[in-house]
Design a binder for this molecule. Structure first.
Ligand code: AMP
Length: 138
């Protein structure tokens, strides 16, 4: 698959469609997943274009995973989570639905099940409230 510059995360990166932003630096952006598997589910996206992990330039990974760690710590503290899952899907067969590399940071609590992947759309006010808690913990 070749990289499609019209994918939804490319549009977010260009500011053409909105997102509930948590963090941004020169190489990465983090924003709330609109169909969160748990409250506080955040996506970390490199600005460098690639379909997924498999075709990315190796130079993408150091700044990407530095931000993933920053966000994972803030998600855990800000959301008062007991743990954090970090996941990343490559190709449709593996569950990838948006074809610009991204990493999921998902807070977990003992006994709280995850919601369905790409399931229910969250309301914007709730996403903003969660983003605020995470930003405060950065
Ligand atoms: P993946 O299956 O890893 O490709 O996951 C893509 C994720 O992007 C899913 O969890 C979707 O809920 C999420 N998503 C899709 N569109 C948007 C959007 N416009 N803003 C934020 N998250 C999105």
């Amino acid at each position: 698959m070749t990289y499609d510059t019209q994918n939804i995360f490319a549009k977010i990166l260009r500011g053409e469609i909105p997102c509930t932003k948590v963090y941004e630096d020169d190489h990465t952006i983090a924003f709330m997943d609109i169909m969160p598997k748990a409250d506080g589910h955040t996506l970390v996206v490199p600005k460098a274009p690639s379909v997924n992990f498999l075709d990315a330039e190796p130079s993408t990974f150091a700044p990407l995973f530095s931000t993933v760690q920053k966000i994972a710590r803030a998600v855990k503290t800000g959301m008062g989570a007991e743990g954090v899952v970090i996941t990343q899907f490559n190709e449709a067969a593996a569950g990838q639905t948006v074809f610009h590399l991204h990493v999921h940071v998902i807070p977990r609590w003992e006994g709280v099940a995850l919601r369905r992947h790409s399931g229910q759309m969250a309301n914007v006010a709730q996403l903003q409230a969660h983003a605020e808690k995470i930003r405060a913990a950065l």
